[in-house]
Design a protein around this ligand. Structure first.
Ligand SMILES: [Zn+2]
Length: 228
């Protein structure tokens, strides 16, 4: 009888519970990009990473937030902390190459922005030992984001110095970025997620909207639910 109940439960549950490491991109000393309104990328990354972790936990997964205190300096030391887990997701927000940036005044400060690019990007490394699972998860998350109304930026495939990242899955916005330390050093499937372009003035406002972040977190959770 107990076995029957377990079988029924497995049938009813939408997916297997998994353990997911959520890495907060950058840290306080080197906080990454500066948004069009002068906020650090680290602050955006931490907020969204927390939202994603919460959504995953609501769906029954176990999570580990890495770098939440802003003190983890060395990116290569982060992924190994996720050893034994099922997936490593590094959460980031995007900028663009300096040549596209113009200046404007906001809050009494002169800041840099570019409204030319918007959208999410996903990255995996061919130097990660679990390339297939990394790609599957990145693709499923990209597909879920598209279903939720978000668009891939495609910016990183541009043939300009500093970009030119080949597509691993063009339809779902996934690129190869082989030598990213945080992906290479993960002994588990790993991907890096650029949620949106915060030097874009309109996109930065969207990224500040809790309802938008909730939709992003739900899409990541949906993707994870089908890829592992
Ligand atoms: Zn970043």
């Amino acid at each position: 009888m107990r076995r029957l109940a377990a079988a029924l439960l497995a049938f009813v549950l939408p997916c297997q519970a998994a353990s997911i490491a959520i890495d907060v991109g950058h840290h306080l000393q080197n906080p990454g990009a500066i948004s069009a309104r002068g906020v650090t990328e680290f602050e955006y990354n931490r907020q969204l990473a927390r939202d994603i972790a919460r959504a995953l936990e609501r769906a029954g997964h176990r999570t580990l937030l890495i770098g939440e205190d802003g003190l983890a300096g060395d990116p290569g030391s982060r992924a190994p902390r996720a050893r034994g887990m099922d997936l490593f997701i590094s959460v980031h927000h995007d900028s663009v190459q300096p040549r596209y940036l113009a200046t404007w005044n906001y809050g009494g400060r002169t800041l840099r922005y570019s409204d030319r690019f918007a959208g999410f990007s996903l990255f995996i490394s061919r130097d990660n030992p679990h390339l297939e699972a990394s790609l599957r998860c990145a693709s499923m998350i990209g597909a879920a984001l598209a279903r939720a109304g978000f668009t891939a930026s495609r910016y990183h495939a541009e043939r300009i110095p500093g970009e030119n990242r080949p597509f691993a899955d063009e339809a779902n916005g996934v690129h190869y970025f082989d030598n990213l330390a945080v992906l290479r050093t993960a002994g588990i499937p790993a991907l890096l997620f650029e949620a949106g372009v915060i030097v874009n003035r309109g996109e930065e406002l969207r990224m500040r909207d809790p309802a938008v972040r909730e939709r992003i977190a739900a899409a990541v959770t949906a993707g994870v639910g089908v890829c592992l």
